[in-house]
Design a protein around this ligand. Structure first.
Ligand code: SAM
Length: 348
């Protein structure tokens, strides 16, 4: 396995068979070696940096019905909310005064957020602050919509492909298609966004070696950001009795992604921090270099319940930001609040 890990380290590449072999045969010593190599590559490209992104969960209203997701349309128990334009701007103003320079708007697929409304929010913010980046994570939209939002000033778009297993994708995402998701990612990239994709770990029926397909897809797409995290069952979804993903598999895959895409921006996700209290720190060691403290209003946090036990990182206070920074420093890394673009990306 060391030969394969060295090849991955030296060439940032493995073919599908090699990835399968690696994923099937990693011993715990190999895994430590893999993580050390990923750490080296992270150091070479980004040093000890951990970029902070202020996350604002703008709505939990969703027209789709993803089987794993706590805010799916059919979950009648979910208490729905939507932030107003003023509330979103207020979250950003508070975040800006704390030092945040990237704001991530994430939400269910809520048709209220038309292009006009989002344009207004983006243009207002970009006029007010010339040194911020705006990331959208609002699901599938038309190419025309992606273009308008980019023109208004949105810089980045996160859209996980979730799984490259076509049959599983179809089963878990009624009225959606993997092909459309892929098309959206390609148009986002062509328009000029810094693009993020990624997948869930531990969806029912998948074993570690199955992620070779997801890794090959990412290698081919060359996204600027990759978000992966364990699937965690939610009690009010059809997948409530499933086991979910492990921190160990997530960390192994983070390390492989760091080696495959050396300059990628790679968050240690909330889901990883939820299943393992030391998950984020382990993620940074394995190559992750982004963290997304939550700037949403406190009263909305519980309602944005994607999975069981979701922890939220931080609140809008200065003390909380200092606490998160301290934990990053204690783990041996350097918190950075400036916008922190991928070194490969420039606005067209
Ligand atoms: N609607 C947007 C989209 O589809 O990209 C963004 C919101 S969606 C709730 C954000 C992400 O939450 C998804 O990409 C999915 O991977 C993750 N997610 C949903 N349910 C989850 C669960 N049970 N466990 C872990 N992650 C989950």
């Amino acid at each position: 396995m060391r030969v394969l890990i060295d090849k991955l380290y030296n060439t940032s590449n493995l073919d599908k068979n090699e990835l399968e072999m690696l994923l099937n045969n990693l011993t715990s010593e190999d895994r430590d070696y893999l993580i050390d190599k990923a750490y080296e590559v992270r150091q070479k490209n980004y040093g000890k940096t951990v970029f902070f992104r202020g996350l604002i969960e703008i709505s939990n209203i969703c027209k789709y019905d993803c089987f794993y997701c706590g805010i799916r349309a059919s979950n009648k128990k979910a208490k729905r909310y939507r932030l107003s334009k003023e509330e979103i701007l207020e979250c950003c103003n508070t975040g800006y005064s704390l030092g945040y320079r990237t704001f991530v708007f994430q939400g269910g697929e809520d048709s209220y957020f038309s292009d006009e409304i989002l344009e207004e929010i983006i243009i207002t913010l970009k006029k007010q602050y010339c040194d911020i980046a705006i990331t959208l994570s609002l699901g599938e939209r038309s190419e025309d919509s992606f273009k308008r939002l980019y023109k208004a000033g949105a810089d980045r778009y996160l859209l996980r492909h979730e799984t490259m297993n076509k049959e599983l994708y179809q089963k878990l995402h009624p009225r959606m298609s993997l092909q459309n998701r892929i098309n959206c990612l390609k148009s986002l990239r062509d328009i000029g966004y810094a693009v993020g994709s990624g997948f869930l770990i531990g969806l029912p029926g998948l074993k570690l070696s199955d992620y070779k397909e997801d890794l090959m897809f990412l290698k081919d797409l060359k996204p600027h950001m990759v978000g992966i995290g364990p699937f965690i069952p939610h009690e009010d979804t059809p997948l409530k009795d499933e086991i979910g993903g492990t921190a160990e598999d997530t960390i192994t895959l983070l390390a492989i992604i760091r080696l495959l895409l050396p300059d990628v921006l790679l968050p240690a996700t909330t889901a990883l921090g939820t299943i393992d209290p030391k998950g984020r720190e382990k993620g940074f060691r394995a190559g992750a270099n982004v963290i997304m403290p939550n700037l949403s209003p406190m009263e909305c946090r519980e309602k944005y319940s994607l999975y069981k036990g979701k922890v939220f990182l931080g609140n809008e206070s200065a003390q909380e930001k200092i606490k998160i920074e301290k934990s990053v420093i204690e783990a041996g890394f350097e918190p950075i609040l400036k916008r922190g673009d991928n070194i490969r990306w420039k606005r067209k």
